[in-house]
Design a protein around this ligand. Structure first.
Ligand code: ATP
Ligand code: MG
Length: 407
């Protein structure tokens, strides 16, 4: 039994011809399945290619991929593999949230030496028609330097009043002024830009002129409008929509690395997810989130967490979105997310205590399999681990993810 997990089998095959490796230009949506590594299962003790194949999933099934690994083991490498594979096999929008600067860059390929050593194909993603790059980087705060970078500002028109009042602090919404604002906010035309908002609020406010607290209300509203105006993250002067930022055919990378404040990060993630849902509800979509335990932790209740729960329970299930979540701390992750993971990768060695909750909750049965894996395989190389799918919950595999050819 133990011999079946012999690691020697999982060494990637080496290329013999180390001279000429052709470069292939890969167009969007032109392939059926893309190989992202190798795997062996206990029913098939030989090594077979491990494919990423979104067309194998029907829309109703949806797909939540959860990756658990410690630092530097290859979570982001797997995300790069999956994103480039998704790009190659579909024509759906791709949005990825990046935590570390320069983690994702789909104009980058490994060096020739790495390519020939790891035996991966040498490719370049072809940019969509009319674009000069397969990706675009959305930067919330900070400088825009490159041609494929866009300054991201959340449009006023796309905000919900509940989100904005959570962002500015709950107090605003509990005053009478808050009620007036909330009422005004209900119609989208009223908050396309800050000037529209001021007009609409003035129209509403004059009805309260007789109210003894009228002056306080005006002060409150004024302060709220000042806050909106001062906020660097919000686009209040021009009427913008999702389509001003997200390109449906490029890989959209939302760069959170310049944001220090965790609440601001959560606000951006929550708001982007809402905007994307509104725009692409009827279409399949790819969402990649790193450090997902920050956005959907076990404790606390806030917009980003609600959005991620919605993502894995409703959008992935009902609309066939592919959701890729990466985490170092599965023990800190919300239960609902763990339960709804359709595919789970556990790469490298992860402490048992961190995995207990995942193993208990997941719809894949890793019990036993993981123990054997850790007993048999010592010195686990990067990108190697176990993989299980809810479609075949009792049959996990040992996988070795390849170095991503691009990203
Ligand atoms: N399957 C693999 N084969 C070969 N090298 C790999 C593989 N996976 C990762 N590496 C190497 O390990 C490095 C770190 O990988 P990666 O950035 O994916 O780790 P990570 O788990 O995302 O780390 P962090 O927790 O710091 O974000 C990469 O730069 C890459 O060179
Ligand atoms: Mg990473």
């Amino acid at each position: 039994m133990l011999l079946k997990y012999n690691t020697a089998r999982l060494q990637l095959p080496k290329r013999k011809d180390d001279g000429y490796i052709p470069l292939r230009l890969v167009y969007r949506g032109c392939e059926n399945a893309v190989k992202i590594g190798y795997r062996i299962g206990h029913r098939t003790p030989w090594m077979q290619p491990h494919y990423f194949n979104p067309s194998a999933y029907s829309v109703e099934k949806g797909k939540v991929i959860l990756v658990v690994a410690s630092k530097g083991i290859g979570k982001t490498n797997l995300m790069r593999n999956v994103i480039q594979a998704y790009y190659r096999t579909t024509r759906n929008p791709i949005i990825a949230f990046q935590e570390k600067k320069d983690d994702l860059n789909f104009n980058r390929t490994p060096s020739l030496r790495q390519i020939s050593e790891a035996g991966i194909e040498r490719i370049r993603l072809a940019p969509p028609e009319g674009c000069s790059s397969p990706q675009r980087r959305l930067i919330p705060l900070g400088e825009v330097k490159d041609r494929d970078e866009v300054r991201l500002k959340i449009p006023l028109a796309e905000l919900d009043f509940s989100t904005i009042s959570e962002y500015f602090g709950k107090r605003m919404s509990s005053t009478v002024a808050g009620l007036v604002l909330e009422r005004v906010w209900q119609s989208r035309e009223n908050h396309l830009t800050i000037d529209d908002l001021i007009d609409a609020v003035e129209n509403e406010l004059w009805r309260f002129q007789e109210d003894p607290y009228f002056n306080t209300m005006v002060l409150h509203v004024r302060r709220f409008i000042e806050l909106l105006r001062m906020d660097q993250l919000l686009e209040v002067n021009r009427a913008r929509s999702v389509h001003s930022y997200i390109h449906p055919e490029q890989i959209n990378i939302v760069d959170l690395s310049d944001l220090g404040d965790i609440d601001v990060k959560r606000f951006v993630v929550a708001q982007m997810l809402k905007m994307i849902e509104r725009a692409y509800k009827r279409q399949e979509c790819f969402i990649g989130i790193t450090e997902s335990h920050i956005y959907a932790p076990e404790t606390g209740d806030f917009e980003a967490k609600r959005e991620i729960i919605r993502l894995v329970t409703v959008l992935a299930r009902s609309y066939g979105w592919t959701v890729f979540l990466e985490t170092q701390s599965p023990d800190a992750l919300e239960r609902v997310v763990l339960e709804n993971a359709d595919e789970i990768y556990i790469l490298g060695y992860v402490q048992r205590s961190k995995l207990t909750k995942l193993i208990r909750t997941a719809s894949v049965n890793f019990e036993g399999f993981l123990d054997i894996f850790y007993k048999v395989v010592d010195n686990i190389p990067k990108g190697m681990g176990v993989y299980g799918s809810a479609a075949d919950p009792t049959n996990p595999y040992v996988v070795r993810i390849q170095l991503s050819p691009v990203g």
